[in-house]
Ligand binder design. Structure first.
Ligand code: HEM
Length: 345
């Protein structure tokens, strides 16, 4: 049986009852999102230190540099399709930079993503299996390079190779799974988030002006924009026993979809849920989930989204949507497929 949880209260109940709502929803290894209980806690505690303030402070100058480089490629006073020109390139460049990978890897990963999207569109299973192997090969190559990095500040990839569980290094299979989650697993979400933020600001000039004057409100504004327009539409759970939830009785082994978009616009949790409110208390916002699997990459995501939005607001005095109708992305993707915006100095 399959159920969709769309009320905020029900989604929260499932998130905070991991014994009944397991994260083991697929036979594929997924470190740590597809793990439960003690196993999940052990791997989760290994990855949390990668997203602390000192780690992110060390990354910030590199991030700012790549954002500035990317924004200088925008031609002012003419229509730009922002998903292809800004959102997708930014996501892949930022994640590769975070991992400490060279520019060649950014190009390879971009081509890999295009091939993956194409194979997904036409349901080409054979090609998808080949692509999974190609991704593994690309990452294993970077792991080999990182193991040889004996000088300088260790890259994030090098730090991953130094992790130990029971005094043993993690097998490549586990490292590849973690890195898949941090890189290609998040590219779509980050790109969707960037697209939705720019599109929202392009249609709300007063919010643009307010954020230029009060950039300290950027984080709240971004959370509120993405509460209204979820970049990640949902995640899954599997019931481990019979459960009563959302006025229904679910047998064990049911698949449960957590609908972030619906929960985040539930009137029971948010007054005037479809209104953008910069003063709203964001503590109930499920953009980054909640409970034991809450997004550990939230500080990195906030840094990246804040940085690109801040630079765009600084570089252009205003920007607005142009005549062409924006096209929404198709589920399971959130945000837009294409949006045309004109930036002005
Ligand atoms: C706008 C950007 C992002 C959004 C909206 C987002 C959202 C989420 C959400 C809702 C979850 C919970 C999933 C669940 O309960 O099953 C999650 C988990 C996770 N996220 Fe993010 N995320 C973002 C960026 C990132 C980044 C940049 C990273 C790392 C580089 C990251 C790493 C992870 C990991 C490893 C998990 C699994 C955690 C666990 O199972 O314990 N995320 N994310």
């Amino acid at each position: 049986m399959t159920a969709i949880l769309s009320r905020h209260h029900d989604v929260m109940a499932a998130l905070h009852a991991p014994q009944q709502f397991s994260n083991r929803v697929s036979k594929h290894l997924n470190v740590p999102n597809g793990m439960d209980g003690d196993e999940h806690r052990r791997y989760r505690s290994l990855i949390e230190p990668f997203f602390t303030a000192p780690q992110l402070a060390a990354f910030q100058p590199r991030l700012r540099f790549l954002v500035e480089q990317l924004i200088t490629t925008i031609n002012p006073n003419q229509p730009i399709e922002i998903m292809d020109t800004i959102a997708h390139p930014f996501a892949v460049q930022a994640q590769c930079a975070f991992m400490g990978w060279p520019a060649a890897m950014t190009r390879k990963l971009t081509q890999w993503m295009q091939a993956q999207n194409q194979a997904t569109r036409v349901h080409d299973r054979r090609r998808l299996n080949e692509l999974a192997q190609e991704f593994t090969d690309l990452v294993v190559e970077q792991l080999a390079i990182a193991r040889e990095q004996h000088y300088g500040q260790p890259t994030v990839t090098r730090q991953l190779t130094l992790l130990r569980i029971d005094q043993q290094p993690l097998p490549d299979e586990y490292l590849v799974s973690m890195i898949r989650n941090w890189t290609v697993g998040e590219l779509g979400t980050i790109a969707a988030a960037v697209g939705s933020i720019i599109a929202f600001l392009a249609t709300h000039p007063l919010v643009q002006a307010q954020l230029r004057q009060q950039p300290q409100q950027l984080d709240s504004a971004i959370q509120e924009i993405l509460r209204l327009d979820a970049p990640l539409l949902g995640n899954r759970r599997r019931t481990t026993c019979p459960v009563h939830i959302a006025n229904q009785q679910l047998p064990a082994e049911s698949t449960v979809h957590l609908d972030w978009q619906a929960a985040n616009t539930d009137i029971e949790a948010f007054e005037q849920p479809y209104t953008f409110d910069l003063t709203r208390d964001q503590s109930l916002n499920l953009l980054y989930g909640a409970g034991p699997h809450v997004c550990p990459g939230k500080p990195l995501a906030q840094l990246e989204l804040g940085e690109i939005t801040r630079v765009i607001l600084e570089q252009f005095s205003h920007f607005q949507l142009v005549e062409k109708t924006p096209i929404r992305a198709q589920s399971p993707r959130g945000g837009y497929q294409s949006v045309w915006v004109q930036f002005n100095h």
